[in-house]
Design a protein around this ligand. Structure first.
Ligand code: COA
Length: 260
């Protein structure tokens, strides 16, 4: 696949997507959102890829937001369509992938950039990262799921303050608020994320996919998360990975999961 705005690489079962518009601080234009969808779909469909990492090119930004130059003249309908298409194509899509997705937040993660990081399964930041939802300073609100996912991660009060002030918080503040799981020096960020990925890769991909579904069910309207958990717990008993995991434990050896 040929991409203009992203770089895809893979090594040892880890897929990496790097958003590559550093001169625009990796701002998300529509073309980049489409490429990201295709890139994620491609890696998620590859059984050899066990974890996906997303990061931004350069030392300054993960993603500095949706591309403001693209929507400055939009009508009401075009605005709503932009948010709807983006959510379906990328943000909800990532959240519901079966492969774990980790955001390596290497600098500014603002607006759509923070929303992208929040759609990932979890986030790790470099010390220089700055995060915020500045949309109200532009006269608009977060449209790629930010009003929903930020309160889920940091609580309603903190989310309200961040959204209303449009301010940026530091990586350490984000860590204290539960928005990112770890903060590391920028030069160590990717290696640190890959170490966590390698821990994930020791475990059953089928079970991890079902765990993602069960955890996400808690945040879906009209879905009973406990029932989703029960159903997916049961399904695990029909998998080869479950047989391998339990047999390996009883035989006092490491499990060799095939992902089926
Ligand atoms: N959309 C489009 N272009 C963007 C962008 C965005 N969200 N964020 C940055 N850029 C572009 C700038 O226009 C500039 O392009 P240019 O060199 O062609 O003029 C380039 O990226 C570098 O940004 P610049 O503002 O010069 O860098 P800075 O270090 O002075 O400031 C930020 C960094 C992140 C504080 C600033 O770029 C910013 O506030 N960006 C917008 C953040 C935002 O509101 N995002 C939410 C969008 S809904």
């Amino acid at each position: 696949m040929n991409f203009e705005n992203i770089i895809i690489s893979s090594e040892n079962g880890i897929g990496q997507i790097t958003i590559n518009r550093p001169s625009k601080l990796n701002a998300l234009n529509v073309a980049t959102i489409k490429e990201l969808h295709d890139g994620f779909e491609n890696l998620d469909g590859n059984p050899e890829i066990r974890v996906i990492i997303i990061t931004g090119e350069g030392e300054k930004a993960f993603v500095a937001g949706a591309d403001i130059s693209e929507f400055a003249n939009f009508s009401i309908e075009e605005g709503a369509q932009l948010a709807q298409q983006g959510q379906e194509l990328l943000f909800d899509f990532i959240e519901n992938l079966k492969t774990p997705v980790i955001a390596a937040v290497n600098g500014f993660a603002l607006g759509g950039g923070l929303e992208l990081a929040m759609a990932c399964h979890f986030r790790i930041a470099s010390e220089n990262a700055k995060m915020g939802l500045p949309e109200v300073s532009l006269g608009v609100i977060p449209g790629y799921g930010g009003t929903q996912r930020l309160p889920q991660l940091v609580g309603k009060g903190r989310a309200m303050e961040m959204i209303m002030t449009a301010g940026m918080i530091t990586a350490d503040d984000a860590y204290r608020a539960g928005l990112v799981n770890h903060v590391v020096p920028q030069t160590e960020l990717l290696n640190f994320v890959k170490e966590i990925a390698s821990k994930i890769m020791r475990n059953s991909p089928v079970a991890i996919a079902k765990a993602i579904k069960a955890v996400n069910a808690n945040f879906k309207d009209g879905v009973d998360g406990y029932q989703t958990e029960i159903r997916n717990f049961g399904k695990c008993f029909g998998t080869e990975d479950f047989k391998e995991g339990t047999t390996a434990f009883l035989e006092k050896r490491k499990a060799n999961f095939k992902g089926n």
